[in-house]
Design a protein around this ligand. Structure first.
Ligand SMILES: Cc1cc2nc3c(=O)[nH]c(=O)nc-3n(C[C@H](O)[C@H](O)[C@H](O)COP(=O)(O)O)c2cc1C
Length: 254
């Protein structure tokens, strides 16, 4: 259906280079099944923690706990059409290892580590201490049979160069970073283009997807626009990208 737009991120095949952002259309089994029937390039789960999470200060992390999600991952991963990406967060390195192992075992094709959430900054604080960052990344990579991607906050005290070196050293090849020049574009430049990047933030149209890809992102994630429009958004993005490609080809031919 999305011929010609498929991509591979850390060896994981995506039939289309746009997918839901974690937490967008991914809070219930019904929403995730909707995504499975859509043109989304992947199904990204809402961030899961080891235990049910209901802290009133950190609403974006509210979830029922990973064990409630694992059976659904098994169901969704049985369909090879699009990969399942599990998103995980916690306060301690062992929690990340437990979550990565459980979701990879259930069939997730990639584990997205949510280091962008304020709760993670307030507890694990992964960017405050390079040794601590190294320790949690190594644990994650060792625990997971599938690629790890790290969702980054808008900025870190480490800076993109040092951060990308730590990610690559630990065996992390994929980062999810803000969709702008100060975000993923600089991260790509500072990593010597060795990281593969998924851009997130403000994607609303096929043009936005094509622009991020032209700037070097492998794929994009869509949050707010998906919440507004529902999963048919992905078919619209595809139509818009196809129309732009046809216009470009027509322009070249004339
Ligand atoms: C209602 C809602 C819930 C979210 N939940 C999560 C989450 O569980 N994990 C996560 O990593 N990001 C979460 N996010 C952030 C999105 O994944 C995304 O990074 C953000 O919305 C920016 O993309 P956008 O500009 O397309 O909305 C959430 C965002 C919204 C709007």
């Amino acid at each position: 259906m999305s011929d010609g737009f498929d991509v591979s991120v850390a060896g994981v095949h995506l039939p289309f280079p746009a997918m839901n952002a974690s937490g967008a259309w991914s809070s219930t089994a019904a929403e995730l099944r909707d995504l499975a029937r859509s043109a989304s390039g992947a199904i990204v789960l809402k961030t899961a923690t080891v235990h049910p999470f209901l802290h009133p200060e950190y609403r974006s992390l509210h979830n029922p706990g990973f064990d409630k999600m694992v059976p659904l991952v098994r169901e969704l991963a049985a369909d090879p059409a699009r990969p399942v990406i599990a998103s995980i967060a916690g306060a301690a390195p062992d929690e990340y290892a437990t979550l990565a192992r459980a979701f990879a075992d259930a069939g997730a094709a990639m584990i997205e580590v949510n280091f962008a959430d304020p709760y993670v900054a307030a507890t694990l604080a992964p960017f405050e201490d390079r040794d601590a960052l190294r320790a949690v990344l190594r644990k994650l990579v060792a625990a997971s049979a599938v690629p790890i991607s790290v969702k980054l906050p808008e900025r870190t005290p480490l800076g993109w160069r040092a951060l990308s070196a730590e990610l690559l050293d630990a065996g992390v090849r994929v980062a999810v970073a803000r969709n702008d020049f100060a975000g993923f574009e600089k991260l790509l430049l500072e990593s010597g283009r060795q990281l593969e990047v998924i851009a997130v933030g403000g994607v609303e149209s096929g043009y936005d997807v094509s622009r991020a890809l032209a700037k070097g992102a492998k794929a994009v994630q869509v949050g707010s626009a998906l919440l507004r429009e529902g999963p048919q958004l992905f078919a619209r993005l595809e139509r818009e990208m196809r129309a732009a490609r046809a216009r470009l080809a027509g322009g070249r031919g004339s």
